[in-house]
Design a protein around this ligand. Structure first.
Ligand code: SUG
Length: 446
């Protein structure tokens, strides 16, 4: 079957800020309190999407969520007008208020885990929105993420958008950031790698949280009926050094798995298991980067592995889309160039500027959710959410009009931001044809 791999990117929201909300994510902690530029952030994200569209890939757009999340604050007992709720929360419980303002739904790799029809038990494309319970600000996302996926993939005969897993630490799930699919060609049967950080029932003693449990990954595999699935343990050392998701130290596409030597707990076992599972389908190609060439600290600072590994039309080998921070790190740059110069599966490296997102630990790969679609499935997706030159231009004008140029975490207490964000999202609802009552504020009173 012929199929394409689409990228659905999270459109960055108007409250994009540096609030230091994610322990174990070094960039988030390091940049806490700095001024952000929501406008630069959303334009950088849009430009990356345009570059992928121009390179010949199918580019989809996932809308931001409504923030500040006034409904969440009301559920915690804050009352009055929306402005009073926000201000009351900032006075009495700033950590909760801060979580309610995060634009973190932008990192679409964490939106859901996806199983293409060719690998699922019933031939439909399956999505499980991630419950993201490891961080309060992210645990607010899954309900609205489900709505967004339904708006993008409305046809239940072709798409199954599940509920998130139960919201408990035992079933902590971070979505596709811990999933890699290898295959001969996108439309061919794949080998699905599910990488978990801890077992739900072990006592976790790592320096930083391990966000994905084995039990959560297993539940997703069962629900989707994902064939040829391997459950692999993430390297403890990698988590300790700040690899809070597997996609900070590993990326794969088609037959190629590019990873740091510390990405997995048992690298020879991982290679052997993949080779076995791929038998009769394809020959896996492992590109393993040693700590001698790239210490973990440089891998995490440069985000070399948080690149998008894509098959561009007309190229015989894969292209690695790195953040500019990879070019700025001498060791990572040398590794990236050496990968492209070798005659391995990766033939090209490109660099994109998503610095605003990077300062919160989100590289090019974090911003996108990969969805393998047949031509028929692509035809059944919402065309208004597909990026082309026209939509890019329209969204750039929209963002420049609504988004602030500069935002300090303290500015998130400004009730004017509620109105600005709602104004922007109301207009966006029409642009992306998201349907009536898409956002909570549009449903209020109905
Ligand atoms: O969950 N950062 C996100 C970054 C997610 C990156 N995604 C992938 N690796 N796939 C996170 O830690 C920081 C928000 C703040 O501190 O304001 C944040 O949520």
């Amino acid at each position: 079957m012929s199929a394409i791999e689409a990228n659905a990117d999270g459109l960055i929201g108007p409250t994009h800020s540096y609030a230091g909300l994610s322990p174990g994510n070094l960039a988030s902690s390091l940049n806490a309190g700095q001024a952000s530029s929501p406008r630069d952030a959303v334009l950088q994200g849009l430009d990356k999407m345009l570059e992928m569209h121009r390179a010949g890939l199918v580019q989809l757009v996932l809308p931001p969520q409504e923030r500040p999340d006034i409904a969440f604050l009301r559920s915690l007992g804050f009352a009055g007008t929306d402005a009073e709720v926000l201000q009351g929360a900032w006075r009495a419980a700033p950590a909760l208020a801060s979580a309610a303002c995060s634009a973190s739904a932008m990192w679409a790799a964490n939106a859901a885990t996806v199983t293409p029809g060719v690998d699922s038990h019933d031939g439909r494309v399956h999505f499980t929105p991630a419950n993201l319970v490891s961080n309060l600000h992210r645990a607010l996302e899954p309900g609205q993420t489900r709505r967004a996926l339904n708006a993008l993939f409305p046809d239940e005969a072709r798409f199954a958008v599940h509920e998130a897993l139960p919201a408990t630490a035992h079933l902590a799930d971070e979505g596709a950031a811990n999933h890699v699919r290898l295959c001969a060609d996108h439309g061919e049967a794949g080998v699905n790698l599910f990488v978990y950080g801890r077992d739900a029932f072990e006592t976790w003693q790592g320096r930083h949280p391990a966000r994905q449990t084995r039990e959560a990954s297993e539940a997703v595999v069962r629900r989707h009926g994902a064939s040829r699935s391997l459950l692999l343990r993430q390297g403890r050392a990698a988590i300790d050094e700040g690899s809070f998701h597997n996609d900070v130290v590993c990326v794969g596409a088609r037959t190629c798995l590019l990873h740091h030597e510390s990405a997995f707990e048992d690298t020879p076992g991982v290679h052997a298991a993949i080779t076995r599972a791929a038998q009769g389908l394809f020959e896996p190609q492992f590109v393993q980067i040693s700590a001698a060439d790239l210490p973990l600290a440089d891998a995490i600072e440069s985000y070399l592995f948080n690149s998008m590994l894509v098959q561009l039309p007309g190229r015989d080998r894969l292209t690695l889309i790195c953040p500019v921070e990879t070019r700025d790190n001498a060791r990572a740059h040398a590794v990236a160039e050496a990968i492209a110069a070798s005659n391995g599966p990766i033939g090209d490296v490109r660099y994109v500027d998503v610095r605003q997102s990077m300062r919160n630990g989100g590289g090019p790969a974090c911003l996108r959710l990969r969805v393998v679609l047949s031509e028929d499935e692509l035809g059944a997706s919402n065309p208004a959410m597909r990026l082309d030159e026209t939509l890019h231009a329209r969204l750039s004008v929209w963002a420049a009009r609504w988004y602030r140029d500069r935002l300090l975490p303290a500015d998130l207490a400004d009730p004017q931001l509620i109105e600005e964000a709602r104004g922007a999202l109301d207009e966006l609802t029409a642009i992306l044809e998201l349907g009536p009552g898409f956002y909570p504020f549009q449903r209020a009173g109905s």
